[in-house]
Design a protein around this ligand. Structure first.
Ligand SMILES: Cc1cc2nc3c(=O)[nH]c(=O)nc-3n(C[C@H](O)[C@H](O)[C@H](O)COP(=O)(O)O)c2cc1C
Length: 362
């Protein structure tokens, strides 16, 4: 693998905005020419998962999207979503909302009483979420239909925020209203420090392919750094995203589900180094740690949320269908962890047996 040799000054600018240099061991992690980020994912990128990704080479993470209204009205669950620990720094908070005044007040209050600008280095505004329960309120990607309002929201957030503000959006609402380039220019004019573009329309949801040509047009249209997002599932697809779009950083969402190791894989590809896939044992050990830390953060009843993660961690492993059936019947966190441990140990001894038989036959 040849790696990605070109140094992009906008990537350097992002490393500074993210304050990557502040993290322990940062030197080793920022050796990469471009930042590699974990995308915000509602119901997935909680504190425990963010930590696992940071430890495996991810440069920057965001909280799950948080309702500006929820924070405004001091909703306890919403406040929990923004709590970040030392081990996940640097980290950004992502907000969604459609009222510039509420966004401004929320950002102000966020830094007055809930987080410090030492802990949170970016406020991101979600203008890309396609979920009907979000867009029906005029939030998320619905704002792509109202770029003037989007501009006011960004301006209000920038005015209120002691840290840089960014915006994450899509290609457009639908194929007949593709406006990412115009939207990016508005974001830049309104004071956004960088933008993230997911190369799909809202109507596509997650179907089809992310449009890299579109991301390239956005990169060429603005002076602020652009983060490329969509369909990065391997080191190779990360290189393709960089080479075809000229983006300043990469953001990974679904590719990290059950595979926080993907950040090491991408870093290796960027540096032209060989990458060895983690063993089944390493993947299952990570799954066990994920369960333990998730449950310790959210309470023992939250173990049910780990089912989907277990399905992702064990995807493709022999016996994973049966394991999933048992996981779905589990009634507490201890049984769940014990089940994964037993599965890991069975797989280990099976692999050892197969290898020694193979060696005897050679
Ligand atoms: C389960 C799930 C939850 C998501 N939640 C958010 C969110 O809270 N905020 C956001 O901006 N995007 C969210 N997204 C979109 C992703 O951040 C990302 O833009 C999209 O999945 C495309 O990237 P990918 O191809 O790497 O998955 C979510 C995506 C998924 C699959």
């Amino acid at each position: 693998m040849s790696g990605f040799a070109l140094k992009n000054p906008k990537s350097e600018r992002l490393f500074k905005l993210f304050r990557c240099e502040k993290r322990n061991g940062a030197e080793e992690k920022t050796a990469s020419p471009v930042p590699v980020l974990l995308a915000p994912m509602a119901g997935i990128t909680d504190s425990a998962f963010r930590r696992l990704c940071i430890e495996r080479g991810c440069d920057f993470t965001f909280t799950e999207m948080v309702s500006a209204n929820g924070l405004h009205y001091k909703n306890r669950k919403t406040q929990e979503l923004i709590s970040t620990s030392e081990a996940e720094k640097p980290c950004g908070v992502q907000l969604f909302g459609h009222d510039p005044a509420i966004i401004a007040e929320t950002v102000q209050r966020l830094f007055e009483s809930l987080v410090s600008s030492e802990d949170v280095s970016i406020v991101d505004i979600n203008m890309g979420c396609p979920a009907p329960k979000i867009t029906s309120n005029g939030d998320g990607s619905a704002l792509m239909k109202n770029p003037a309002l989007a501009g006011k929201i960004i301006e209000a957030a920038v005015k209120a925020s002691p840290v840089p503000v960014s915006v994450k959006f899509r290609k457009g609402w639908d194929e007949n209203s593709v406006n990412a380039v115009e939207f990016a220019r508005i974001a830049e004019k309104s004071g956004a420090s960088f933008i993230t573009v997911h190369g799909r329309t809202r109507m596509q949801m997650y179907s089809g392919k992310a449009d890299r040509e579109l991301i390239k047009s956005v990169v060429e249209a603005v002076n602020i750094p652009v983060i490329g997002n969509g369909d990065i599932f391997s080191g190779e697809s990360a290189l393709t995203m960089l080479e075809t779009t000229g983006c300043a950083a990469l953001m990974v969402a679904r590719g990290a589900q059950g595979d926080p190791f993907i950040f090491s894989e991408i870093k290796a590809a960027l540096l032209g180094e060989n990458y060895e896939r983690p063993s089944e044992k390493a993947r299952l050990d990570t799954a066990i740690r994920h369960i333990e830390e998730y449950v310790s953060g959210h309470g023992s009843g939250a173990f049910v949320d780990m089912r989907k993660h277990i399905a992702w961690y064990t995807k493709g492993m022999y016996g994973s269908n049966e394991l999933r059936r048992r996981v779905n019947n589990c009634s507490d966190a201890e049984t769940l962890t014990a089940l994964i441990r037993a599965f890991r140990d069975e797989r280990e001894s099976f692999i050892e047996r197969t290898m020694s038989e193979h060696m005897m036959n050679e």
